[in-house]
Design a protein around this ligand. Sequence first.
Ligand SMILES: *[C@@H]1O[C@H](CO)[C@@H](O)[C@H](O)[C@H]1NC(C)=O
Ligand SMILES: *[C@@H]1O[C@H](CO)[C@@H](O)[C@H](O)[C@H]1NC(C)=O
Ligand SMILES: *[C@@H]1O[C@H](CO)[C@@H](O)[C@H](O)[C@H]1NC(C)=O
Ligand SMILES: *[C@@H]1O[C@H](CO)[C@@H](O)[C@H](O)[C@H]1NC(C)=O
Length: 258
Amino acid sequence: MLFSQASLLLALSTVVAAAPYEKRWFGSWGQESGSSVFDSFLEFGKRHSWRGRTTYQGQCNVAAVQMPQAPKPLPPPSEGLTLYHVAVGRGTQNYTCDTSNATAVPVAAGAVASLFNVTCMSADSPTLLSVIPNVALELPTPTANDATSPIYRDISGHHYFTDLTTAFFNLDTNLNTYGAGGFKKVNASDAPATAVKGQHGQGYGAVPWLKLQAKTKDECVFQEVYRINTAGGNPPTSCQGQAAEFEIQYSAEYWFYS
Ligand SMILES: *[C@@H]1O[C@H](CO)[C@@H](O)[C@H](O)[C@H]1NC(C)=O
Ligand SMILES: *[C@@H]1O[C@H](CO)[C@@H](O)[C@H](O)[C@H]1NC(C)=O
Ligand SMILES: *[C@@H]1O[C@H](CO)[C@@H](O)[C@H](O)[C@H]1NC(C)=O
Ligand SMILES: *[C@@H]1O[C@H](CO)[C@@H](O)[C@H](O)[C@H]1NC(C)=O
């Protein structure tokens, strides 16, 4: 295989540096063939088996896959759990501000994201996967109108909050039934200092890496979820100039263990 991950990444960074934002992505998740780097990345990850472990649309061997670690590592998955699914999430972190209080700080008010299946990429091209959230952050948040986009062949499901402390992962779609359940945060660790701060490199920083645990055991096939390789999502440190409710764009990888 002559194609190396390094040359691919170099090609990507050239594209990102060269083109103005509007012209880069055609405002869609790959509706025009050849126009979406993200879509072609997923295709690339599935088709090119330079370590001989992928079959297109097949099962891949995730037994030996190592989850990337935060500078201050999160606790490992509980004993007996194995890697079940890996998805890239793209959406917003929501915040509220008390606009009547001059010294108020933003308060987290949940998140909403679409999840895309990158399980095979975690096995076959982990280096490539680790930068996908940075790429995805530069793409518009997918909407229902994008459901015809090729990227939706790889939809894993949706992430949202059912109340302020319940992160819900719904991986049951028309395409697959990977499971669904409510999760609570059990540990957090700062993103690396090099993490992308926000869209176009501007923003307030990458949300922390997290370990989440099922609120109700046996509700769902997967029991623990990690949010890692985050890009963007942090709020400003103060509410000055902010609306009562606002969104910050983010992307991250979610690793599911069952
Ligand atoms: C988070 O995990 C780290 C590493 O396992 C541990 O040292 C720390 O006490 C944990 N924090 C909480 C709040 O559980
Ligand atoms: C204003 O916000 C600050 C920071 O969150 C808080 O400590 C303070 O109690 C708030 N004041 C009022 C009147 O709510
Ligand atoms: C999607 O996830 C499942 C595991 O949950 C895996 O078997 C399948 O190969 C994945 N597809 C891709 C394109 O990664
Ligand atoms: C926050 O998230 C919800 C989905 O839970 C979304 O419908 C809403 O528009 C978001 N934004 C704001 C500013 O509340």
